[in-house]
Design a protein around this ligand. Structure first.
Ligand SMILES: NC(=O)c1ccc[n+]([C@@H]2O[C@H](COP(=O)([O-])OP(=O)(O)OC[C@H]3O[C@@H](n4cnc5c(N)ncnc54)[C@H](OP(=O)(O)O)[C@@H]3O)[C@@H](O)[C@H]2O)c1
Length: 500
């Protein structure tokens, strides 16, 4: 199918010299360019305090794209065409004059290209810098009114706030300058092909949705496990912890997609209305319940892939007696008609045995042990696994008779793997999300009430944990599946965590 380029837009990356820009944003824009999505007059202007000129920035990004882009090797001719859209502007976000100068530069570049003046601002900057830059953008006259004429949109990275109050304040500050439909709160998990496939799988097929409820489902496990540690982000982790870093956004987003009702249309507000309803249906927990239904962990030294790795407390910029969590598990009840009585077990961890993100839906076992007289007293439940990463795919386990005279049932797996079926590399999440933002489609971005509803759930955990500091950290060895207490959380319910 022929690609129709987007409207011309000036993409302004605040934080253009940072890690995210190098590893994700510029490579994603390069891919979009290669695939013909960007209109000829589309510009990319990177903004930061450190950097010299367009030429040095282009050279730096060329190396980054060669390393991080999905499509390899770098094609010199195509790169030359791409870099003619790429500019660097040195300035400080907190200095209004610099933003006014940036505006003049962009206007000149747009005039040269006969571009209409649409602007997409990407905030790839530390969270503390968001409020001042949004205000300064407004004051510098960068933001157009929403109706008619050229448009301006804002993409804000996670973390979006650090608790309910700060998220509300941030939303309020942004809303002084950008309207909700101009605001795109990014959670890159939503841009992953496999995450998008959750709804396609559920709602684009006739046979699964009738089973997708408490009548047939025993419980759901959502796992976001990383084998890496904090990778030089010790300072950030000391402030954040995994509850804020992964559970509040990625894990709750996955919960919403699994648990939500079918939207009336696949359209931004209809989808997000249903997601918010899931968050609103999660049963609030008292501090005593929180302490019962959550587990915190922190990794000690251990080994990952056979190599020794240090404990969290020995990571750079981490306090030697830190109590910050690098693992969290949480039993959640979605109290609505569909899910009453079905627990959702959420967990995320760093330095786990394996890198894997998956949703596992465990179905109820048959009402009677039909084959007990033949010696089969226990049958493994059917499990449907939606694997988000790596080895993206969908797996369904069921019992099959082992051939032979002896009656034996073994669990076997039917599997679908993206790589085998569709081949090639999947588009990166940032490609899809940048493209959607340029098109003005916010379906895969979090709405204000959605972010606040997620914080409303997580904030009581943060408070209860703060008031009840852990006494056992570090409590799991790097390279394992987390603390014993998490095993006990499941065992209490007669269940076990999966070992993906
Ligand atoms: N890296 C990732 O993979 C990743 C993933 C998800 C979310 N995020 C989020 O994305 C944001 C950026 O992350 P990052 O890892 O790219 O951080 P980073 O490497 O520390 O980059 C921060 C950027 O902000 C710029 N900046 C900071 N203060 C500034 C100021 N006063 N004026 C102008 N520029 C300023 C820095 O440039 P100068 O110092 O040169 O000015 C740099 O370009 C953060 O909110 C992070 O949580 C990152």
């Amino acid at each position: 199918m022929a690609v129709v380029p987007t409207e011309p837009v000036s993409i302004v990356i605040f934080g253009g010299s940072g890690d995210l820009s190098k590893r994700k944003l510029v490579p994603a824009l390069y891919e979009l360019h290669l695939e013909g999505h960007l209109a000829p007059a589309t510009l990319i202007v990177a903004y930061a305090r450190t950097g010299e000129s367009d030429e040095t920035y282009r050279a730096e990004m060329k190396a980054a794209v060669a390393e991080f882009a999905r499509i390899k090797p770098l094609d010199e001719e195509k790169w030359a065409a791409f870099e003619s859209r790429l500019f660097f502007f040195r300035g400080d976000l907190t200095v209004p004059k610099h933003l006014a100068d940036l505006k003049t530069r962009i206007e000149t570049l747009e005039k040269e290209r006969n571009a209409p003046g649409n602007r997409l601002f990407y905030l790839a900057i530390p969270p503390s810098a968001i409020s001042p830059v949004v205000k300064n953008l407004g004051d510098a006259g960068f933001v157009y009114p929403v109706d008619g004429g050229p448009w301006s949109r804002l993409i804000v990275e996670k973390p979006f706030g650090r608790d309910l109050k700060s998220a509300q304040t941030l939303n309020e500050e942004i809303s002084q300058v950008f309207r909700e439909r101009q605001t795109f709160r990014i959670d890159h998990y939503l841009g992953k092909e496999t995450t998008q496939n959750i709804l396609v799988f559920r709602l684009g097929n006739g046979i699964f949705e009738p089973l997708w409820n408490g009548r047939y489902v025993d419980h759901v496990q959502i796992t976001v496990a990383e084998s890496i540690g904090v990778e030089g982000r010790g300072r950030f982790y000391e402030e954040a912890g995994i509850l804020r870093d992964i559970i509040q956004n990625h894990v709750l987003q996955l919960l919403c997609l699994v648990a939500m009702e079918p939207p009336v249309a696949f359209e931004p507000n209809a989808v997000r209305d249903e997601k918010v309803k899931v968050l609103k249906a999660v049963r609030p927990q008292t501090p005593a319940e929180i302490l019962m239904d959550t587990v915190r962990g922190q990794y000690g030294p251990g080994a990952v892939d056979g190599k020794p790795v240090p404990g969290y407390r020995s990571e750079m910029n981490v306090h030697p007696m830190s109590l910050r969590e690098t693992y969290a598990a949480w039993k959640v009840h979605v109290e609505n008609w569909r899910w009453a009585g079905v627990p959702f077990y959420l967990r995320a961890g760093k330095r786990m045995a394996k890198r894997v993100t998956e949703i596992a839906i465990t179905f109820k076992t048959p009402p009677i042990a039909m084959f007990r007289r033949a010696g089969v007293t226990q049958q493994a439940p059917n499990v449907l696994v939606l694997r988000i990463q790596p080895d993206e795919g969908i797996f369904l386990t069921f019992g099959a008779k082992v051939p032979g005279a002896v009656s034996k049932i073994d669990p076997v797996t039917m599997d679908f793997r993206y790589s085998q079926y569709f081949g090639g590399s999947q588009p990166e999440a940032y490609e899809r999300l940048l493209l959607d933002a340029i098109h003005g489609n916010s379906t895969l971005f979090a709405r204000r009430d959605e972010v606040e509803a997620a914080w409303e759930l997580v904030t009581p955990l943060l408070e209860t944990w703060r008031e009840n500091p852990p006494s056992d950290h570090p409590n799991y060895e790097a390279g394992t599946w987390g603390p014993e207490a998490a095993v006990a959380l499941m065992a209490r319910d007669g269940r076990r965590w999966r070992r993906p």
